[in-house]
Design a protein around this ligand. Structure first.
Ligand code: PMV
Length: 327
């Protein structure tokens, strides 16, 4: 394959899960939205045959024939950068190229708080590297990003990579892929960073154990979650925010039953709902991370001020309709 250019840039958005996290790993639907926070990746050819990866998290590594060499950063540098190396190496293998690359990531997405930063990094890295050789093709990029994201947690549903690649509001199942959801009204959402980093892999494993030990209960919870998603699609379609909020609260109760919420998330959910949010729930893998709240404009100031009084970071978000962008 012929080299089209010597450098390329791509960016991919973070995401929130409105409904159905964890259950989506077991073939249930989930409802997700990409949000207006991006990971930006720049790739330049180098003359060394090494793949050097730098991130604004303050970490850097160099890979020579899959061998990891730490240049800057702590113990988790390898865990964070290995999937990105795999993204780049797999594209080079597929395009039959043996080149050195400098890959630079700049992220507006906090890491490890359930906003899909690792998926956005993988999507943007595959896209930037592939666009050196090829006109980007979103479905292919998404599939490659999912393979690399499986280094982060091997049972990934793929939902995060889909929403980051294709953007917007969507319902997703592992088997059938995604369907865009039309919304009559913009959902007025905020994200609250609980300030506790989580490991998606270990939370997904703890749900796996829960499912093995509580077969019938898990089946019931899954069918309840499935029902919530179906009702939520209709409520979003017609712009019934009250219904969407009520369903978010119900979904949060299911996640509490799975044992993956956190005392601080529950406290914030109660504060949001008690001060005028229509609904609130954890988003993503849980165990800390982030929560989301749906708040009518007239109550937003009050809710945000209560969150800040409790010293949590509050991130107002808008839904992103672009998904992956290759610049
Ligand atoms: O917390 P995050 O952004 O890694 O989201 C994980 C979502 C899960 O449903 C828990 C796992 C998955 O693969 O869908």
């Amino acid at each position: 394959m012929i080299l089209r250019k010597a450098s390329a840039k791509a960016s991919a958005p973070a995401k929130i899960i409105l409904f159905g996290e964890h259950f989506v790993v077991y073939e249930n639907p989930a409802i997700l939205a990409s949000i207006n926070r991006r990971v930006n990746v720049r790739v330049n050819l180098n003359k060394t045959q090494k793949i050097n990866i730098t991130s604004d998290l303050g970490i850097m590594a160099s890979y020579t024939d899959s061998k990891f060499n730490l240049i800057r950063g702590g113990r988790n540098t390898k865990t964070i950068l290995d999937p990105l190396y795999k993204c780049a190496r797999d594209v080079l293998l597929e395009r039959k190229q043996n080149l050195g690359l400098d890959i630079n990531l700049i992220s507006e997405v906090p890491y490890g708080i359930g906003l899909g930063s690792s998926a956005a990094c993988c999507v943007a890295t595959v896209a930037a590297v592939d666009s050196l050789f090829h006109k980007p093709e979103k479905q292919w990029i998404c599939a490659k990003a999912i393979e690399s994201e499986r280094l982060v947690h091997k049972n990934s549903s793929g939902a995060d990579c889909y929403v980051s690649t294709f953007g917007g509001l969507m319902s997703y199942t592992k088997k059938k892929g995604f369907n865009k959801i039309e919304s009559r009204k913009d959902l007025s959402l905020i994200v609250v960073n609980i300030g506790i980093k989580h490991s998606t892999g270990s939370l997904v494993s703890s749900v796996k154990k829960f499912r093995e030990w509580n077969v019938l209960l898990f089946k019931d919870l899954s069918s309840y979650a499935d029902n919530i998603c179906k009702k939520a699609v209709s409520a979003i379609n017609i712009g019934d925010e009250k219904k969407v909020g009520k369903l978010m609260n119900e979904n949060h109760t299911l996640l509490q039953q799975l044992g993956i919420s956190h005392r601080k998330i529950d406290q914030m959910v109660n504060i949001c709902v008690g001060n005028g949010a229509l609904g609130a729930k954890l988003t993503g893998a849980g165990g800390g991370g982030s929560m989301i709240a749906l708040i009518p404009t007239e109550n937003k100031r009050k809710v945000i001020s209560e969150i800040k009084k409790n010293r949590y970071e509050c991130i107002p978000v808008k839904i992103d309709y672009d998904g992956l962008l290759v610049h």
